[in-house]
Design a protein around this ligand. Structure first.
Ligand code: ASP
Ligand code: MG
Length: 495
């Protein structure tokens, strides 16, 4: 059995929570040593503690503004918070001293870097990534020292030390999987063979020049699945403080319910939406594997008894199991706000090969990511959705490059939300779209654009942002996705 246990920042946000994580991993490691039949290789992946990454982002912004005193204050606050947690995790004086000394070294380096930036007011994407990686550097040390103090042999690694090689796209790096696979296997093998638990910092790796890179916010999820894919893990546990995936954002829909199981492709669709933002690339490394993932809260109190190892360590009431397949039901209704719609029109777009390529080409050159696309069969208009923050740049580049040639007219709706219904149950089912659109229109919500890919996993439409809550509630209730609902999730009619 090979297992990756990933702890989210929320599940490491206090000494007590870290001690619980340490107890869980130690118990799993002990089971491992109790006979070859139970052999289990465990790797831990840690996020930064609590909201440390946010604090680092604020620190970097302050340093860039050359506010020297405030920069120092912020670095000190990060250092103090970590030392406080460390003291709460480790009781033994000697072990504690060793950990504090090691944290101090990292915090000194962070302080020097921040100081340097506040002197110059100069910052590169490379130095930003390096500084952002400190959250995971500190948390893994605390977790690994905690394990050692509990009698479990452990070793802390940064993503780069573990062998994660990426391209040099700082802030949004991608792993170079072939080399990463070789390196990670080579690094971990001797440690696993001697029964140690590697504790790897999530979120970051390094490029070919050894410069630290990050995967973007939430990137520790991605680290966990990269490592799982490299070591051929059987299972990945994603431990957080809120539980598994939900049928809707509970802040929007009161009777939102936990989803017991989803497939990787469904989870991938969901990761783009909803309250719990998993890194969108999290599921990619596991798509063609039979690794199963559980997204869960830690069990309220690890109890012994006859329950399975999993049940003992997880809050199974809220857990979501992710694997290659799942029940063919509709799983959730979600919304994504802060977007803008652009309608592009022009008579000379009709029947002209390459028009779409040119439009998308100029937007890509301007660094604008397109989230939804729809073209009507008359080909006289293309409608796209972009992030609201990208709207001005998108319009500017379209006007400069294409207005007056292939484009005659551009219209925008600045505040829109994407609303989506997700689940494999829509595939081949008749009447889902009409029920969905009917439910929304009954609430007098106007739909501005509709898309459905031929995978039929996701029916998405665009509404005014102020209508998005109403639309999500309408869908959630129409398809009976809530906990107390009697309506079937599975559409009745099938082709
Ligand atoms: N610490 C990083 C963040 O807060 C990565 C992660 O937690 O997944 O985004
Ligand atoms: Mg996270």
């Amino acid at each position: 059995m090979k297992l990756v246990v990933k702890y989210d920042g929320s599940s490491l946000s206090s000494a007590a929570k870290i001690r619980r994580g340490v107890a869980t991993v130690s118990e799993l490691a002990r089971a491992k040593s109790s006979g070859p039949a139970r052999r289990c290789d465990i790797v831990v992946v840690c996020s930064a503690i609590g909201s440390t990454t946010d604090s680092l982002i604020e620190l970097i912004a302050t340093a860039k503004k050359r506010k020297k005193a405030e920069t120092r204050r912020r670095t000190q606050a990060i250092a103090e918070a970590h030392k406080k947690v460390a003291r709460g995790v480790i009781i033994d004086a000697n072990a504690r001293f060793a950990l504090l000394a090691s944290l101090e070294e990292d915090c000194d380096e962070l302080a020097k870097l921040a100081d340097g930036i506040s002197q110059l007011g100069d910052l590169t994407r490379r130095s930003t990534d390096y500084m952002l990686s400190f959250g995971e550097r500190l948390s893994t040390k605390i977790f690994a020292h905690g394990l050692a103090a509990a009698g479990t042999v452990a070793e802390a690694f940064t993503g780069s030390e573990a062998g994660i090689l990426t391209d040099s796209n700082f802030g949004e790096a991608s792993p170079l999987m072939d080399t990463t696979r070789l390196r990670v296997t080579k690094t971990l093998r001797p440690h696993l063979a001697r029964g140690a638990v590697p504790v790897i910092g999530g979120f970051a790796g390094a490029d070919q020049h050894g410069h630290t890179t990050t995967f973007g916010r939430g990137g520790s999820d991605y680290t966990a699945t990269i490592i799982a894919s490299c070591m051929g893990a059987d299972e990945v546990w994603m431990i957080n403080d809120v539980g598994g995936l939900m049928s809707a954002d509970p802040q929007i829909v009161r009777d939102a319910a936990p989803i017991p199981s989803v497939s990787y492709v469904e989870a991938m669709e969901m990761s783009m939406f909803g309250a719990k933002q998993l890194h969108p690339k999290t599921f990619e490394p596991l798509l063609s594997t039979d690794v199963s993932m559980t997204i869960t809260r830690a069990a309220p109190e690890p109890s012994r008894g006859a329950r399975t190892t999993q049940a003992r360590h997880m809050d199974t009431r809220t857990a979501t199991r992710v694997s290659t397949s799942s029940a063919r039901t509709i799983k959730c209704a979600s919304t994504l706000r802060h977007n803008a719609l652009i309608d592009i029109r022009g008579g000379s777009m009709v029947g002209e090969p390459g028009t779409a390529a040119r439009i998308f080409g100029v937007l890509a050159d301007a660094g604008v990511n397109i989230m939804m696309i729809s073209q009507n069969p008359s080909e006289s208009s293309i409608t796209i959705v972009v992030k609201k923050a990208d709207l001005d740049r998108a319009i500017h580049t379209l006007e400069i490059n294409l207005l007056g040639s292939i484009i005659k007219h551009i219209e925008t709706v600045p505040n829109v939300a994407i609303v989506a219904l997700i689940g494999a149950g829509m595939k081949g089912a008749i009447g889902v779209a009409s029920r969905a659109l009917g439910a929304v229109s009954k609430k007098r919500v106007n739909i501005l654009m509709i898309t459905q890919g031929s995978s039929e996993l996701n029916l998405a439409f665009v509404v005014k942002e102020s209508d998005s809550t109403t639309a999500v509630r309408a869908l959630h209730s129409e398809f009976g996705l809530g906990g107390g609902s009697k309506k079937p999730r599975r559409p009745a009619t099938r082709r």
